[in-house]
Design a protein around this ligand. Sequence first.
Ligand code: S3P
Length: 175
Amino acid sequence: MARIVLVGFMGAGKSTVGPLVADLLGWRFVDVDPRIEQETGLTVAEIFARHGEAHFRAEERRVARQLAHEDRVVVATGGGAFADAETREVLRRGAVVVWLRCDLETILGRVPDDGSRPLAANRERMRTLFAERESSYRLADVTVDAQAGGPGEVARLITQAVGGRGAGGAGDVDR
Ligand code: S3P
């Protein structure tokens, strides 16, 4: 296993918990959205506004392909990345994928409608997306309850769950 990939809806805690998981394992942490922002010189909101969602999804696919060459890395994905079939297949290769599962009401309370997440502006749209994406998130290798405790506890649960799938033994997951 070269990578741990965190997937799940906006507000599930992927970017908060990811660095803690990386610290526990002595691995690096990569957050896909900030990497896209660094490499394009645009914020996620600007990419959506200027170029549209399809362009943003293409950026996610591009970064997923880059990450396929990086080892000992914990990856936080944006909430829509794993719902894209091509991005999903690239992310899954050589990785253990962890779904940070969180209920919708908690997410609606956590995710601000401040413009930073273009798809969070419309709460009804969020409900629809949440329902639509569940079948994709279920394709993760393991599921961890993102509400089981604070970020430290969730990070510990992730390393435990992934450990059972061969973490620490490089090459144990032969996909
Ligand atoms: C998105 C989630 C965001 C970001 C973009 C689109 C989505 O990431 O990638 O706003 O489609 O759910 P977070 O899950 O980190 O909020």
